[in-house]
Design a protein around this ligand. Structure first.
Ligand code: ADP
Ligand code: MG
Length: 252
């Protein structure tokens, strides 16, 4: 069963066509890494999935249900707003820059959305929050403010915050790119644990070793197109396209 399916998804910023007819399917429980050069459209693709960007045309299905349909000529199927909201909440996202709320404690950062969006009571939200902080190894940091944490710790809080909404899908946009090298490992470990739990994930990353280790499939994206995809052993060892070969030669 596919949990994410995009059909003919295109996105332009003015005249710049950033996503060109993307057709991708991710199955439930699958871990997919997207690799590719800067400017390829990787972030725009993830952001389009959860409506941080408005696609120009195409269809997005979440959990086998139509989530979004836009066409340039405006002939779209209307999606019931309640269904759309439910499907949107099935996706959690983690950004390169952790985007924690600086004026709120770690626990308040984590419990805000479950309380405001899901109407969860404070004590239930904090019980779940504490479990998640334990999971990311930061239980003792519940009551501190983000600016007292290292980048790696802040990113682990950001992951806990996304998980607090109990998403079915986690989207990671270069979760370790803004970190000092010594903090990359602790964040990758948390993501690695999630892969073992069977969470469906799309991870945009430049950590090629990690992508090779955790992913079921790897997509190589360039110029708004998924140029090549395959199992990590195949894509990393015997890329078919010259463009993929050139990219890997630079980053490996
Ligand atoms: P990647 O994540 O692969 O580095 P992005 O998806 O961030 O690539 O960007 C793809 C292209 O879209 C780039 O050329 C970028 O400059 C352009 N782009 C991204 N966001 C915007 C925006 N809000 N307005 C205009 N152009 C944008
Ligand atoms: Mg990006």
């Amino acid at each position: 069963m596919s949990i994410i399916r995009t059909e003919h998804v295109s996105k332009s910023f003015g005249k710049l066509e950033v996503l060109k007819d993307i057709n991708l399917t991710v199955d439930a429980g699958e871990v997919v890494c997207i690799i590719g050069p800067s400017g390829a459209g990787k972030s725009t693709y993830l952001r389009s999935l959860n409506q941080l960007e408005k696609i120009t045309s195409g269809k997005i299905f979440i959990d086998d249900q139509l989530f979004l349909h836009r066409e340039k000529d405006h002939t779209v199927e209307r999606v019931d707003p309640a269904t759309q909201k439910k499907l949107l909440l099935e996706m959690g996202m983690v950004f390169q820059r952790f985007n924690l709320f600086p004026h709120m404690t770690v626990m308040d950062n984590i419990t805000l959305a479950p309380r405001k969006v899901k109407g969860m009571g404070k004590s239930e939200a904090e019980t779940i929050g504490l479990q998640l902080l334990q999971k990311v190894g930061l239980a003792e940091k519940a009551n501190v403010y983000p600016n007292t944490l290292s980048g790696g710790q802040q990113q682990r809080v950001a992951i806990a915050r996304a998980l607090a909404m109990q998403p079915k899908i986690m989207l990671f946009d270069e979760p370790t790119s803004a970190l000092d090298p010594e903090m990359v490992g602790e964040v990758l470990n948390v993501i690695r644990d999630l892969t073992k739990e069977g969470m469906t994930m799309i991870i945009v990353t430049h950590e090629m070793g990690f992508a090779r280790e955790v992913s079921d499939r790897v997509f190589f994206m360039d110029e708004g197109i998924v140029m090549e995809q395959g199992k990590p052993a195949d894509l990393f060892s015997k890329p078919q396209l010259k463009r993929t070969q050139d990219f890997l030669a630079k980053v490996l």
